[in-house]
Design a protein around this ligand. Sequence first.
Ligand SMILES: [Zn+2]
Length: 332
Amino acid sequence: MAGGSHGLLARAYFRVRPFIPQTIRWSLRRIRIPGIIRRHSTVWPIDNTASEKPPGWVGWPHRKQFALVFTHDVESKTGLSKVRDLAKLEIAHEFRSSFNFIPEGPYQDPARLRQWLDENGFEVGVHDLNHDGHLYESRESFSRKATTINRYLGNWGAVGFRSGFMLRQLDWLHDLNVLYDTSTFDTDPFEPQPEGSHTIFPFYVKPPAGHKGPGYIELSYTLPQDSTLFILLQEKTPAIWKRKLDWIAQHGGLALVNIHPDYIDFSGTGNSADCYPASLLREFMEYIRSRHHGTYWNPRARDLAAWFRTQFPPDHSEDSRGPDRPHPPQDP
Ligand SMILES: [Zn+2]
């Protein structure tokens, strides 16, 4: 699903995906893991080139050493039922985050839950439209879907977007009325579109010539997704998260993570192959608070993007750091 032919293979995969049970899907993905890890050992989980600061970088607000942003994609009805537990875990650790919901996917628009999140200081964002892997199938269909997505963005008071499966066409995203997108990553060779942005800093995506839009801010996720670490790689500790976080802190970057409520086991029974124990999350949150006490800025993604926009107004931004710069060889 990668390399030169990944578009075609990915398309075929997303056509059959709905018919494959989730546990089988994880097992199928696991077959490729040893090869991916071997080929990307120098750029995952840490890509040293990603620590380069953007031109004119002034540092984070309040002179904090690094920024820490939690985001959550809610993939299913099961995930929906665990949103409050996850939010409460963050409240207990004095963190705030963004929850991204699928507008027209496996569940109804969770209006009351959105309101509860809003009242408790969380952000709500839009996650794809149908979450079926077909969002970018053609330019025309994307334009049509963008109109619908913009309606949800408006109704929900949302300014952030993330595609399903981290698929992306950053040029097309100018159709959306967003302040920021977070469908990219600094390095993540496990995704169907495995090219990284190679940066642990936000960057501005200019509209193409002739496009009237204001452009948007791209926030790459820089810590591996929980699903990658604990379900796909079957890690038993958050050691990789801690190591990467320390490295990002050392380089003054943005630690942005995507945690799915769907895969968290809050019950403590530990008898599901598709879930990891909430204790791993708790351990990571406690680590952040003790090891990095007082040194990080933990805004919601929208607040970080708004701040970045004031620091690097589009008119003055010459940052041309592309999202898909050349990368070491991908899977054959
Ligand atoms: Zn998703």
